[in-house]
Design a protein around this ligand. Structure first.
Ligand SMILES: [Fe+2]
Ligand SMILES: [Fe+2]
Length: 189
């Protein structure tokens, strides 16, 4: 093989894979939107149950983690110059309404809401990690950590009898579809 060609091949081999900029923006935009929505869902539930009730304290633990998540994505939005979704006002109302409505249906329904949301978000975070290359290893680690937190919330919901909610399957499907739609829309808009 001529020397030049061999050199070119070697250089090519060493090149680090980089994350596509559009994908990076979509990841940060949609996660920022989702974490914002999550804080609103728990706000809605705590507004109904009160933070001093037993269930309120359990929810507050998850809400505190969501607060950490949104703060991190607030930083990332600025650091990477990503435009936030234009739909934040909608996620504010939709999140709070979902939280408050499920809480009004009862403790189990509130937990069923958490299970459905966190199931979708957990899967979403897992998929995202495979889209990030070595140039965004820190973000990948952050998303990995948040995925674990979301799955912990999911398990808390299960442990609090979410599955015993009357109409659990229908309610879960309804919330899961809502979350998936919100994810699809918030990536782009
Ligand atoms: Fe979160
Ligand atoms: Fe969560």
């Amino acid at each position: 093989m001529p020397r030049k060609k061999t050199q070119r091949l070697k250089t090519k081999h060493k090149e680090k894979k980089t994350t596509n900029r559009d994908i990076l923006e979509e990841i940060i935009r949609v996660d920022h939107a989702g974490e914002y929505g999550a804080t609103k869902i728990y706000d809605g539930q705590i507004a109904i149950f009160g933070k001093n009730s037993k269930i309120g304290k359990t929810i507050q633990h998850m809400a505190d983690q969501e607060q950490e998540h949104i703060e991190k994505f607030n930083e990332l939005i600025l650091e990477h110059h990503v435009r936030p979704t234009a739909l934040l006002p909608l996620w504010n109302i939709a999140g709070f309404t979902l939280g408050a409505t499920t809480a009004l249906m009862g403790k189990k329904a509130a937990m069923a809401c958490t299970v459905a949301v966190e199931k979708v978000i957990g899967e979403h975070y897992r998929k995202q990690q495979s889209l990030l290359e070595d140039d965004h290893i820190e973000l990948k680690k952050t998303i990995y950590k948040f995925e674990k937190d979301e799955l912990e919330h999911h398990d808390i919901g299960i442990a609090h009898d979410a599955e015993q909610t009357p109409g659990y399957k229908v309610l879960s499907k309804f919330i899961e579809i809502g979350c998936k739609t919100a994810i699809a829309v918030s990536k782009k808009i």
